[in-house]
Design a protein around this ligand. Structure first.
Ligand code: AMP
Ligand code: FE
Ligand code: FE
Ligand code: ZN
Length: 285
């Protein structure tokens, strides 16, 4: 089908997006998207409830997550799809990330408070995947900066005065967890990883795909990533990285996954929502 579009990368209020999972699914249906995955940073809190909602809107949903990982101190975001939500390793990794984020947010706030900023943890809201975007929003609400972008640029972006690394987890370990949960692992927004040495290692690792179609990238920008994926027999996926109002210039569905790839991921995913997959029975979660 020519107009098939499936956005496999977006963030809800379960991490740093501004729309709830339900609102994202509604928006996806309004935009005519046939498939979707909500890929919150380091949490799967949107699931399994989102499956029921997606079924009622006629949107095919694949369970998803965007794990933060690192390789040689370089940040690598890994998209996981179609995993078993009940898998203990997966649940454990999400819990570990929640603790990591808590400690790191505290350290960033301490640094800011030490420099005279009036900010505390309760300004960030609640949830498992609170991070720098929430700190940026709090700084904006208090009038210290005009935008989230400015907060990253001047204060808390990588290498800026109030940036704190926090604990890290490796790519190999993250891949092990995704695979233990029977999921598929995809390298997110590959153009953001700029080190050749890191790429050499990543391309030899146990991934199943590269997110070549991302946000508003041009054909020239995506072609090398398609070639690298195809040379390895990996999936070529796509998604917008929609975050709602915190990134107002990125609309949902602006980038998408080809139908054949979506179907392959959808068919092999562990969870099947009732009603959506032609009368197949829902998996017992
Ligand atoms: P964290 O996971 O807490 O380190 O926050 C990283 C997230 O912050 C990314 O996934 C983006 O959503 C967001 N982010 C990173 N850099 C910027 C930036 N320069 N402007 C706005 N948002 C950003
Ligand atoms: Fe984000
Ligand atoms: Fe990312
Ligand atoms: Zn993302």
């Amino acid at each position: 089908m020519e107009n098939f579009r499936a956005d496999l990368h977006c963030h809800s209020t379960c991490s740093d997006g501004t729309l709830t999972p339900k609102e994202i699914i509604q928006l996806a249906a309004e935009k005519g998207l046939k498939g979707l995955s909500i890929t919150d940073h380091d949490t799967v809190d949107a699931y399994p409830d989102a499956f029921e909602m997606a079924a009622s809107y006629g949107v095919k949903l694949i369970a998803g997550v965007e794990f933060s990982a690192s390789l040689s101190d370089v940040s690598v975001h890994i998209l996981g799809y179609g995993f078993d939500l009940k898998n203990t390793a997966l649940q454990g990794l999400c819990r570990w990330h929640a603790q990591r984020r808590k400690a790191r947010n505290r350290a960033i706030i301490d640094k800011l408070v030490g420099a005279g900023y009036d900010l505390c943890e309760s300004d960030l809201g609640e949830g498992g995947a609170i991070g720098r975007p929430h700190i940026a929003l709090a700084l904006m609400k208090k009038g210290y900066v005009k935008s989230v972008k400015e907060a990253f640029h001047k204060l808390i972006g990588d290498g800026k005065p109030y940036f704190v690394h926090g604990e890290r987890i490796g790519v190999a370990e993250t891949l092990r967890v995704i695979h233990d949960a029977k999921g598929v692992a995809v390298i997110a927004h590959p153009h953001l990883i700029r080190y050749k040495k890191v790429w050499k290692r990543l391309l030899g690792m146990d991934f199943e795909g590269i997110e070549a179609y991302y946000s508003l990238m041009s054909r020239d920008q995506v072609t090398p990533w398609i070639e690298r994926a195809e040379a390895r027999g990996w999936f070529v996926t796509g998604g917008s990285d929609f975050h709602g109002d915190v990134k107002p210039d990125i609309p949902l569905g602006v980038s998408w996954t080809p139908e054949a790839v979506f179907n392959a991921l959808y068919e092999r995913q562990h969870y099947r929502a009732p009603h959506v997959a032609n009368g197949e029975k829902g998996d017992s979660l």
